[in-house]
Ligand binder design. Structure first.
Ligand code: AMP
Length: 228
């Protein structure tokens, strides 16, 4: 049972590194943004409520995301562990996660903070694209798809998410970085935090991320997917 939390501001490369961590450990990725976007697409009450915040670059209220995310974490495929991508994003969420895991005799074994200065993040986001089928992440400057507009992995169309446009991105940074730094501090105090410089090329960052997993059980033979 290995729970790893990946921390980083929007555009830090977290979504690119998550599959590498998941493959290394042989556990699924649980991405809070994907869970919420699935609810928005499905048109559920949760999706309608969440969309009001997401479209403005604001965080969805803690109460809502904690309930949805912890339910997801309790599903069978995450019993052996999971990589948490995008959750927790506030100190309240981090504390709720700790309580939930402690009650189940589990804990966050490692948190990895991919650290990138804010202005670098804003310019990167302008180039970020995702695939429509599974949310595979590309960057037109540093990690383009082999064929323009088409996902290398599943062949679906690649698009810019509406919440990746610049005005929304700036709002997101202002809103999301202060609570993120509180979460980083939470795990630093817990003693499980490793920080990786996210300005390096992707493979160097990946090397740092894998080094940060040292000491955790790994299972490179397992198949792994991005699951909502
Ligand atoms: P992401 O794909 O992780 O960048 O998430 C997209 C949007 O979903 C964010 O800008 C937030 O509005 C919302 N969101 C995702 N995860 C969380 C979370 N843990 N807490 C609050 N809001 C979240």
């Amino acid at each position: 049972m290995t729970v790893v939390v990946l921390l980083g501001a929007p555009g830090s490369g977290k979504g690119t590194q998550a599959p590498i961590v998941a493959r290394h450990l042989g556990v699924p990725i649980l991405a809070s943004g994907d869970l919420l976007r699935a609810a928005v697409s499905a048109g559920t009450q949760l999706g309608r409520d969440a969309d009001r915040f997401m479209s403005r670059g604001q965080l969805v209220p803690d109460e809502t995301i904690v309930r949805v995310f912890l339910d997801r974490l309790e599903r069978a495929d995450a019993r052996g562990g999971a990589v948490l991508d995008g959750f927790p994003r506030t100190r309240v969420q981090a504390e709720a996660l700790d309580r939930d895991l402690t009650a189940a005799g589990r804990r966050v074994e490692r948190s990895i903070y991919i650290d990138v200065p804010t202005e670098d993040l804003i310019s990167r986001m302008a180039n970020r694209r995702i695939c429509t089928a599974n949310g595979h992440v590309y960057n037109l400057a540093s990690n383009p798809p082999l064929r323009s507009g088409v996902c290398d992995i599943d062949g679906s169309e690649i698009i810019q998410r509406p919440d990746d446009q610049e005005a929304t991105v700036r709002a997101r940074m202002t809103e999301q970085i202060p609570p993120l730094l509180e979460v980083v501090d939470h795990y630093r105090r817990a003693g499980n935090l490793r920080t990786v410089d996210g300005r390096d090329p992707i493979d160097v960052v990946s090397g740092g991320v894998i080094a940060a997993l040292e000491g955790l059980p790994s299972d490179s033979s397992s198949g792994v997917g991005r699951v909502g």
